[in-house]
Design a protein around this ligand. Sequence first.
Ligand SMILES: C[S@@+](CC[C@H](N)C(=O)[O-])C[C@H]1O[C@@H](n2cnc3c(N)ncnc32)[C@H](O)[C@@H]1O
Length: 179
Amino acid sequence: MSVAAKGPLGSILFEMRTWLRCMLPYTPYVAPFYPTPDSVISRLLDLTAVKQGDVLFDLGCGDGRVLLAAARRGARGVGFELDPQLAADALQAAREAGLEKLVKVVRADAASADVSEATVIALYLSDHGNSRLLAGVSRTLRPGTRVASFYFPVGLPGWEQKLTHTDRTDGLVVYLYKA
Ligand SMILES: C[S@@+](CC[C@H](N)C(=O)[O-])C[C@H]1O[C@@H](n2cnc3c(N)ncnc32)[C@H](O)[C@@H]1O
């Protein structure tokens, strides 16, 4: 059963479980499941000018909603997600939307992703998560890749100079970087 099909209480219990596992010692999980609001997704895609020809990577893609929104704009989406239920939900959502040709989901630690194909990277993680995952993918991250992070800035050394814009619409902050 998908997370959405669990109903309000089931979804809240699922989210709580994802919070708890982030607190375990040595966990690879750097953020709980908490989806980006739709209004922020469209803003993030506008700010990064996602269009046909782009390849958007979502590191920690959850139920795939950012990937689907990018695919609806004609871009390809690649998501990395550790949680098996969420990875399955993301694939199922792509199939149901008829977008499976544009969306790929990898069930793995996003810190090990090869992002050399990415023109855009979307993040909604945590301070620690941004640092851990971006440090992990830094070898394959191409200069010029647009990186957009909802809510959390990137605290890695040198990334203040890569910040190109901070959008604070409705108080929901999106940080934009050029790698
Ligand atoms: C805050 S949610 C964001 C989901 C989605 N990107 C969105 O914006 O709606 C963070 C997601 O990252 C996943 N995650 C956490 N650590 C991860 C890791 N090391 N590798 C892959 N996925 C991870 C969690 O399971 C969760 O689904």
